[in-house]
Design a protein around this ligand. Structure first.
Ligand code: ADP
Length: 602
């Protein structure tokens, strides 16, 4: 429906809904990284470098204890300390550089994904948007893409960093003193393995927390939108909204508390490890030292290594598999969207229309919205170029649907629609739509200046052309009275303007586009007579010389139309001029008496 759809609460996508498990598409994920392979390689090189530089302080500590101090050499001491300080400075610099390149990769991939996602969505058929909750679409574009950054600069980098740190440390320790290395590492599995289930649990809860936050965000967005807040106020549902919000808030609170408690356990076990590990190293290392097989400095250095570079990273890698799989699931969610079928823009051998004359013919057209019973059946009519066709009939008869088929917003299941004798199914979609202008009851304006909204239909329009169009649309004088004139910001969806003003802006916008074919959905709501007259004369100017399909609600439009088509139950039941139809004394005559009579002709 083009007009008047009310706002409905959506419940977001269901996080409990089992997602089909698929194999991770590595090649596709890799292809996202490929434009950034240089930066990504730099990140890996820096990680390796940092890990090696990080070994220096420990080694130097051992030298201080085992050589500089026993030899009473202050010179040696300063050299050793100098190395430690240099290592710190280099580490710092490497950290900054890594952050920089990391951001370049993460942000770059996000930009690419966001752009392709949004542009893919722009090419989705209308039916997708009527069938999908806005909240879900928004979520995909914002949080899912944001999560990609977390995966790229967070999860993946952390995993690589930890693995590299553990391996460099292990190698260094083995080379340095393999016996003490074995003693130091022997406890690691015993301490890390029990953390596995805890890590997974934590991961689960964290995921649910995130989903709960999404839910809260979606409710907030919906209720705080202009339409949402209007709905709340008009139905006096503030108290209900409060309790609904309180409920989801409580669920989030419970999850957060659970998360904090699991986190405590985690910290407690890591703390224990940090105490027990060194004790064991002291025991084993001390025994070796008593045998004279080892210097004390080495024990001190090893303890530094295991505390800073072994246990921590090992604990961080707990449940790594779950982490990787679910981190990459972020990509999968986005790929799912990118794989949805878009509208067919260019059928093979599509004809580029250019500017049409505007002859329109519907030949035996039938149409069904997905998952609904047949809406239109055997619709046939033709409108010669430049003529005005009025569509009348009860609400729900299918008038809007008929007009939406012409720009191929939906594809027909049977029959043929022709423009200048070309079947629209075989022409380039953009060239078709360039020939059609649409003015609906619900005028949509972007939150931008008036002039930007007008230029939307024709980016290269000169100021003169814009003024001319606005004059023809009877809106120029009004715009001039605004303090900022054409630079006035219209407010979200044009809420700062009255309905009549918005409509006249919409008319000016289509006038600028100057299409050969016009689809017009007349407003059902009565405006004050001044506005009504202004719009009426603007519309007359707009229709002049164009083939117009008007969903008519005003008597004057109907009377002046070249042909009137009476639509009822998805069929055209009568057609002809006003007089002809009145004389027939059928559906139209009845409609005329009930629907149009009491409207004041302008
Ligand atoms: P009219 O413009 O004559 O009031 P419409 O063309 O808007 O009628 O609607 C015709 C029928 O199609 C109605 O029954 C309506 O519920 C249905 N309909 C309209 N839009 C959609 C849609 N996007 N999806 C499913 N059904 C729709």
């Amino acid at each position: 429906m083009m007009s008047g759809h009310g706002l409905m609460w959506s419940n977001m996508y269901d996080p409990e809904k089992p997602r089909v498990r698929r194999r991770i598409d590595w090649r596709r994920i890799r292809s996202l990284f490929s434009p950034y392979w240089k930066q990504q390689s730099l990140v890996f090189i820096i990680i390796v470098f940092s890990a090696i530089v990080g070994l220096v302080p420990g080694y130097m500590t051992a030298r201080i204890i085992d050589s500089a101090l026993p030899h009473h050499s202050f010179h040696e001491l300063t050299v050793d300390v100098g190395f430690i300080l240099a290592a710190a400075v280099i580490s710092m610099a490497l950290g900054v550089a890594q952050g920089y390149f990391n951001s370049m990769v993460g942000e770059g991939i996000m930009r690419d994904l966001r752009t392709s996602l949004v542009s893919h969505l722009h090419r989705m058929p209308l039916s997708f948007f009527t069938a999908t909750k806005t909240g879900e679409i928004m979520n995909r574009v914002s949080s899912d893409v944001d999560n990609v950054d977390g995966v790229v600069t967070g999860t993946l980098t952390t995993i690589v960093t930890n693995i590299v740190m553990i391996s460099t440390t292990l190698i260094a320790m083995l080379i340095w003193n393999w016996r003490l290395a074995l003693i130091s590492t022997i406890v690691v599995p015993f301490m890390v393995l029990p953390l596995g289930p805890v890590g997974r649990k934590m991961y689960d809860v964290r995921k649910r927390t995130r989903e709960q936050r999404d839910r809260i965000e979606s409710i907030t967005q919906e209720t705080l939108s202009i339409s949402g807040i209007t709905l709340i106020k008009s139905f006096v549902r503030e108290a209900y909204e409060r309790s609904r919000f309180y409920k989801v808030g409580t669920e989030l609170m419970d999850l957060e508390i659970r998360l904090a408690m699991i986190g405590r356990w985690f910290i407690a076990s890591v703390t224990a490890m940090v105490v027990v590990g060194p004790a064991i190293v002291w025991l084993g290392g001390g025994w070796l030292a008593l045998q004279g097989a080892l210097d004390v400095g080495v024990i001190v250095a090893f303890i530094g290594y295991i505390q800073g570079r072994l246990y921590g990273p090992a604990a961080a890698l707990v449940g790594i598999q779950v982490q990787i799989v679910s981190a990459l699931a972020v990509f999968e969610r986005i790929f799912d969207y990118l794989d949805m079928k878009t509208e067919r823009y260019d059928v093979p051998g599509a004809i580029h229309l250019g500017e049409v004359r505007g002859d329109i013919a519907f030949k035996n057209v039938s149409f069904t919205y997905e998952g609904r019973e047949q809406i239109l059946q055997g619709i046939s009519f033709s409108i010669p170029a430049g003529k005005v066709a009025a569509f009348v009939g009860p609400s729900g008869a299918g008038k809007t649907t008929i007009t939406q088929l012409l720009p191929r917003f939906y594809n027909i299941s049977e029959g043929q629609i022709c423009v200048d004798g070309h079947d629209i199914a075989t022409v380039g979609l953009e060239s078709l739509r360039e020939n059609i202008g649409i003015v609906t009851q619900e005028t949509y304006l972007f939150h931008d200046s008036i002039i930007a909204n007008l230029r939307y239909s024709r980016p290269d329009a000169t100021l003169e052309q814009i003024h001319e169009a606005s004059r023809a649309a009877n809106i120029h004088d009004f715009i001039e009275t605004l303090p900022q004139g054409y630079d006035t910001i219209v407010g979200e969806r044009g809420h700062k303007l009255s309905g009549g003003e918005r409509q006249r802006l919409a008319i000016a916008r289509v006038l600028l586009k100057n299409p050969r074919i016009l689809i017009l959905d007349e407003a059902t709501s009565a405006l004050d007579s001044e506005n009504e007259a202004a719009i009426q004369s603007a519309l007359e100017r707009l229709m002049r010389g164009r083939t117009s399909l008007v969903i008519a609600h005003r008597l004057s439009t109907v009377v002046n139309a070249d042909t009137i088509f009476v639509v009822d139950g998805g069929r055209i039941v009568e057609s002809g001029s006003h007089e002809e139809l009145l004389a027939r004394n059928g559906v139209y005559a009845r409609l005329y008496r009930t629907q149009f009579r009491e409207r004041i002709p302008t």
